[in-house]
Design a protein around this ligand. Sequence first.
Ligand code: CU
Length: 313
Amino acid sequence: MTPTLLDTVEAVDKVFLYIFGISLVLFLLITGVMVAFAIRFHHSRHPHPKDVPSTCLWLEITWTLIPTLIVMSMFWYGWQGYLSLVNVPPDAFPIQAVARQWSWSFVYPSGRTSPKLVVPAEQPVRIDIVSEDVLHSLYIPAFRIKKDAVPGMTTHVWFRAPQTGSFDLFCTEYCGLAHASMITSVEVLSAADFKTWLQTPQLAAGAGKGRQLLEQYGCLACHSLDGGTRIGPSFAKLAEGEKRPLAEGPDKSVTVSRDYLERSILDPGNEIVQGFSAVMPSYRDKIGEQDLQAIIDFLLQPDKDAAAGEPRP
Ligand SMILES: [Cu+2]
C-alpha cells in the first residue's frame, strides 16, 4: 500500500492530538465516575454491602470492546504517522549529518560543509545521519523529528520547512559529558538564496587549509575564533610564547608552543586552561599528522582572526 505522505509536523501533531484528546476524555470520565461513586456509595449511606451478580456478560463485552477499538485506532493513527516519517519524498534534497563529540557538521552533495543545517524552504530535505564516535541523537523540535546517530550505521529523517527562518537543533543523547552543548540551528533560506549559498565559496579567500580543517573536525563548535567563550578556550590571540593559566592552581601555567597545541589535541585531558573542564575527546585516532600540523600552523598564524571569519551563515 502506498502511504499518503504528510509533512512530518502534520503527521506527528495529528497523532499527538488524537491520543491526547482520548486521554483527556478518559481522564475526565474516569475521575468523574470515581467521585460520583465515592459519594453515591459512601459507607454512611450503604453501611452493609449487598449481594451483586458476580458476572454481567454485556458489561464485560462493552468494557473490553470499547478500549480495544480505542487502542487499535491509536495504533492505526500512529502507524500512518510513522509511515509519513520514514518514507522520504523522492524529490528530497540529500544532506549528510555527521555527529561527533561534541558538534554537528552537515555535508552537502557539492562537498560543502556547514556547522549549521542550511536548507531550502518548501522543498523536502533528506538528512542521512552518521556518528564518528558514540551515540548521538538529532532533534529538531520545530519539524518534529528526532533520530539517533548510531556508530557504524546510517539512519535518516526528512522534513519540509514551510517558510524561511531559524530553528533550534539539539543532540538529545544526554548520557555523556557535553551532548547538551551540541546545539546549533536549522537555517531555512528561500530556494534562490539556498542555491546561491550552495555555490558560495565556503571560506574567505586566503583563509587556508587549517581553517577549513577546523570546520571539518568540528573544532569551532567548542572553540571560537573571535574571542567569545564556548565550551573550550577561544583560538583568538593564540600566539607562540603566550602564557596560559591552568586550572590546576593559580601559580600553574603553560607556554603556548607547537608542542603544547599538539598535546592539547592528542591528549586534551591534561593541561586544562583555567575556567574550563576536561570534556574534549582525544583526536589521536581521528586526525592524521598532516592535518594536525596544518591546524597548528593556522592556530599560530598571527593574522588568523582577519582571515578566518566565523562560519556562515
Ligand atoms: Cu551528542
